[in-house]
Design a protein around this ligand. Sequence first.
Ligand SMILES: [Zn+2]
Length: 391
Amino acid sequence: MQTASTGLGRQLCSLPTRHIQGATRALGTVSPDVERPKLIYISSTAPSHDRLGHPECAARGAAIMDALQANKLTPDALPGQLLSIQDFRRATVDDICAVHERSYVLGLENLTKSGRVDIVDNAPTYITGTSFDDALRAAGAAMTLVDAVVENGSAQQPAPAGFGICRPPGHHAVPKGPMGFCLFGSICIAARHAQQFHGLKRVMIFDFDVHHGNGTNDVFYEDEDVLFVSTHQQGSYPGTGKLADVGSGSGEGTSINLPLPGDSGDSAMMEIFDEVVGPAAQRFKPDIILVSAGYDCHWRDPLATLQMRSSTFHRLSTKIKALANELAGGRCVFLLEGGYDLKGLGESVSETFRALLGLNSVDTFNADLLPDEPKDKVRRVIAEAKRIHSL
Ligand SMILES: [Zn+2]
C-alpha cells in the first residue's frame, strides 16, 4: 500500500459495570417480551484532549452533545428508545495490544504521564496529559457498545444500534504508532473484541470518513474474517485506499476501497452503497457491522471537498441498519471518526441518531446550492469496483 505523505491538518490546517440513563433495568438480562431500546450510545468526548487551533478539538464533542440536546435526541426525551451508558470500563493495555504493538502503547503511556503536550506525528497528531486515558476510554466505549448491542439482541427482535461519540478518533492509527489525529484504532479493537469475546467471527467494517481508514485497512489486510469497505475522497490524506488495494494472502478480496472524485455527494453515496457496499455485505454475511462514522465528507467540512448533506447520513444510516437487521441480527455499532465543521457535525450525528431511532429526517437544506456531482466519474468507479470484486 502507498505510504502516507501529506499532513491531514495541513490540507487545511470482564463485562463492564454500567450506569444507564433512560432505563431502570440492567443490560444483559432482557426478557424476550420487554421492548428493547433502538439506540444505545456512549459519550466520551475527552474535553482535555484539546489543542488550540487544531481541527480535531474538544469543541467537536461539545457540538455534537449540544445538537443532540437541541434536537431532543436525549434519553429523557425518548425514554425506553434511546439509552446512554454513562459508566463503562476503559480498555486495558492488553485489549489495545490485540491491535497495536506493546512498545507503542507503553511508550505513549509514559509520554502522557510526563504531562507533556506534544506532537506525535506529522498530521499533526497531538497528545496532552490525558490523551492516553482518553484513548483507553474511547476503545473501552467501543467494546462496551459491542457488548450492549449483542446483549440486547434476540432471535425474535433485532439488536439495537450502538453509537460512540468518542474522541480521539482511531481509523488512521497503525499497529506501531499514532497517525492522522488518531491514537488507538478503536474500531479494530472492537472488532477483535466481538470476535474473541462474543464469537462473532465475521466482522464487516464500513468506513465513510472522507479519508481512507488506512490503519484499519492495514490491521485486517490479510484477514479473511474482516471485510473492510471504505469510501473516501480520491487523493485525500493519507493517499492510500486505491481501487486495486483489495487485501492480500487469505484476505485477498476482503478489502474494498472506493475512492470517490471530489464533489461526489448524496447521489454517489447512495449509488455506491446500493451497487457495491450492500452486495459485498450480502456475499460476506457478517455477524456484526461496525461503522467508522467520519462526517468530514459533509459539504461544509473544511478538510476535503465531498458534498454529503446532513440528510445523507440519515439515508445512509437507515441503509446500514437495514443491512445489519437482514444479515447480522441487527448488530451494528457506529464510532465517531472525523468531522471538523461543528455545525455540519452536530447536524449529521443528529440525523444519524434520528435514522437509527426510526425517526424522520428534519434536514431541509436545499441541495440545489451544491455543485453538480461528477456522476460519470462515480459510475466508472462503481463499474471498476464491481469488476474487480466480481459483484
Ligand atoms: Zn477524516
